[in-house]
Unconditional design. Structure first.
Length: 408
């Protein structure tokens, strides 16, 4: 196969890969309706009576909690509303302070989004503010601008830039309030260094974005697949999506970062595509997770007892045979462990000791272990491996077991 053949070959996994990209704005935002409604309440007067007030709102939360996508989606709704139901045109602009690190650069970016042509040099930042304001005034337009990664702006340009942004109306000294702002912060510690007047202006309207739970991550991923059409539904199953939720969900010890979850899903799809498969399997997710967050606990595994290593190898083999599932009942694992002990010619440990091994491996975050839910007869413990690629783990365990047994 040539490179050209790859380009024209239809994917068996991705229906529309663009919908897993970082800058894609989805139609549906699971678990962020409340935050969107709060934004609507804060900006209600500015939208219904443009020019009457200037609004400043802060969105605060960790990486991947939906701040940027909510702001952009809100901006899109505002522009649609102003075109169809408002007497005045309201425009939206979004500036990321990682790329635009000074007030001058921010004003240039906003002007560019409004298609206002401004030379790169020859103006002070105050002159840029006046040019922007005069443009809005002469065309009877209004603006809502989001200043994303405002923490970074504060660190690189000091708090003077943020302070000046909060008082644009005072700088131009005009009666009508043409500009309102959304500031996005990762945390609120940056605000404590602002002057009291700026603190007072910004601290009234704060919307907090909490990290996503595993169930919420699952909903977000299924929305990208079913409602947005990023991946063929037949190319993925619940086991794979639940595994990503378990790895990323804040309630499961993850970061709660939806952006990370989507990246893992995308990479897992790529692994399936590279192998010309029609289905994403849990092992693809493990590999993808280790690409993004290398988590292979090599030294910890080397330090395990011989029987712990054999038990772990038994689990690896079971999951490799049952490649579409992520967990197996402890009873089946114990049977596989006994067979492996026979292969290696050592006496197996009893059930109570194996239970202690499972708890130890779980506490080390090498395996997962949880009580079974519906679908299993009686109650059992389901054991799985979430984040370590099975093939890599199997190779290391075999080497370590042979070393412990003195096999050359």
């Amino acid at each position: 196969m040539w490179v050209e053949d790859i380009w024209f070959k239809k994917s068996k996994i991705f229906r529309d890969e663009r919908k897993l990209m970082f800058d894609y704005i989805p139609k549906v935002l699971p678990h962020r309706k409340e935050e969107m409604l709060k934004l609507g309440e804060y900006f209600k007067e500015f939208i219904l009576n443009p020019g009457s007030i200037s609004v400043k709102v802060i969105l605060v939360g960790g990486i991947g909690t939906g701040k940027t996508v909510v702001a952009k989606s809100f901006g899109k709704k505002i522009e649609e509303f102003s075109r169809t139901k408002s007497k005045s045109e309201i425009r939206y602009a979004h500036v990321n302070c990682h790329a635009h690190r000074t007030l001058f650069s921010i004003m240039q970016k906003i002007s560019a989004e409004l298609r206002l042509s401004i030379p790169r040099r020859g103006f002070s930042r105050e002159e840029l503010i006046y040019l922007l304001w005069n443009y809005l005034e002469s065309s009877d337009k209004y603006l809502i601008a989001t200043i994303d990664e405002a923490d970074f702006l504060a660190r690189t340009s000091g708090f003077e830039a943020i302070y000046e942004l909060t008082r644009l109306s005072e700088i131009v000294n005009k009666e009508k309030m043409r500009i309102s702002l959304i500031f996005i912060f990762r945390d609120l510690s940056s605000l404590l260094s602002l002057e009291k007047s700026a603190q007072s202006t910004l601290s009234h309207n704060i919307i907090r974005f909490e990290p996503y739970t595993s169930d919420q991550i699952i909903d977000i991923l299924w929305a990208r697949i079913k409602e947005e059409g990023a991946i063929y539904e037949e190319a993925i199953n619940d086991e794979v999506i639940e595994l990503i939720g378990e790895l990323v969900g804040f309630d499961k010890g993850g970061t709660g970062d939806a952006r990370l979850a989507i990246e893992i899903l995308h990479r897992a799809g790529k692994y399936a595509e590279f192998e010309d498969r029609e289905v994403i399997i849990p092992e693809d997710v493990r590999k993808a997770y280790n690409d993004v967050i290398p988590s292979f606990p090599k030294e910890e595994i080397k330090a395990l007892k011989l029987n712990e290593k054999i038990l772990l190898l038994a689990l690896v083999r079971l999951l490799q045979r049952k490649k579409y599932i992520t967990k197996v009942p402890l009873g089946i694992l114990e049977f596989e462990y006994n067979e492996l002990c026979e292969e290696y010619g050592i006496k197996p440990r009893r059930h109570t000791t194996l239970w202690e091994y499972v708890q130890h491996l779980k506490n080390m975050d090498i395996i997962s272990a949880e009580k079974s839910k519906r679908g299993y007869r009686g109650k059992t413990t389901l054991v799985g491996i979430s984040s370590v690629p099975l093939q890599t783990l199997e190779k290391l365990l075999k080497e370590e077991i042979e070393r412990d047994l003195g096999v050359s």
